[in-house]
Design a protein around this ligand. Structure first.
Ligand SMILES: [Zn+2]
Length: 325
């Protein structure tokens, strides 16, 4: 199987993957093909019992769910080279499934080490390593329309995982972050990323965020607390008073707490017992300087008001002069 055939079969734009070789792409496709509802399925046609047993083994090792019957949403249909049931072939080629012959299936789904994160074109370096995420290639270039997650809203949003773009307000706030930066993903993109792209081998904090459907707000800061080996992360935005605090236990497992930065209180009074005074003092360091800055800007506002007042003062002077005449 050569690179061109592979790209065509999986609908990947040639220009996007110039720097990736055939093995990189095959590994990428083994782990990151489009999945409906988080599941990859496969159907084998035209193989004898013994062959099917061998194929099933490869499929199961590759986390593919083997199906016995055709349906439109099957991810892959693997067909033996001498299969000649034209009705079925036509059906396979017309549907949404990716059709593979035996050698293509074997090549993509053979034992492959997941070494993709060594490639910085795919997994770009970031100043905070936890916000790095693998970039979906153009096999995820399709538009999805979703209802607003808010109960009060009947809005719909279109988003595209490959472009890492969405129409929602949350995306607008973070759209200047580059692809491969977790902060760029709004909750709609994050959900599709989790279910369809299925990232693997990421650090515990990132996987926790993705698996819990928690998108990051505009700013992310981190610091250590007490003897804890793993950092505390604080995610916040200037648009909202509520902040997410990600607090680790000694094994690096995170719990999320809601915190109101203005009222300085935890949501439902739920807080990491034993660490609260130190945590509060760190939070004050993040949020109080900003308040001071606001205070500092007050004179500017006052000046502004004084500016508005000046013409009135002139008018009064003119009026007084007129009255003197
Ligand atoms: Zn969105």
């Amino acid at each position: 199987m050569d690179k061109e055939e592979l790209l065509e079969k999986f609908n990947i734009n040639k220009n996007d993957v110039e720097n990736f070789d055939l093995n990189f792409l095959a590994t990428y496709l083994k782990f990151h093909h489009k999945k409906d509802y988080g599941k990859s399925t496969i159907l084998f046609w035209g193989f004898d019992k013994e062959e099917v047993q061998k194929l099933n083994e490869i499929a199961i090792n590759s986390a593919l769910d083997v199906k016995k019957r055709y349906s439109e949403n099957i991810t892959f249909i693997c067909i033996n080279n001498d299969f000649d049931d034209n009705t079925k072939l036509e059906k396979a080629n017309k549907g949404n499934s990716i059709v593979l012959n035996f050698s293509e299936f074997e090549f993509i789904f053979k034992n492959r080490d997941y070494n993709l994160l060594e490639n910085s074109d795919f997994f770009p370096k970031k100043e905070i390593s936890e916000i790095r995420i693998p970039i979906p290639l153009s096999n995820f270039d399709y538009e999805i329309e979703t209802d607003s997650y808010s109960f009060e809203s009947d809005k719909t949003y279109k988003f595209n995982l490959y472009k890492e773009q969405c129409e929602c307000k949350e995306f607008k706030e973070n759209s200047d972050y580059e692809k491969g930066d977790l902060r760029r993903l709004c909750k709609h993109l994050l959900n599709e990323y989790k279910n369809s792209f299925k990232p693997i081998n990421l650090n515990y904090f990132t996987l926790f965020l993705i698996s819990s459907d928690i998108s990051l707000k505009r700013y992310l800061e981190y610091f250590s607390v007490g003897e804890l080996e793993f950092p505390v992360y604080v995610s916040y935005s200037n648009l909202y008073n509520w902040v997410n605090i990600f607090f680790p236990n000694e094994n690096g497992k995170y719990t999320v707490y809601g915190y109101n930065k203005l009222e300085k209180r935890f949501s439902y009074n739920d807080k990491p017992i034993g660490y609260v005074p130190e945590l509060r003092s760190k939070l004050n360091q993040i949020f109080e300087p900003k308040r001071n800055k606001i205070n500092k800007t007050k004179p500017v506002n006052n000046n502004g008001k004084a500016g508005c007042g000046t013409p009135i003062l002139i008018l009064i002077i003119i009026a007084s002069l007129i009255s003197l005449l």
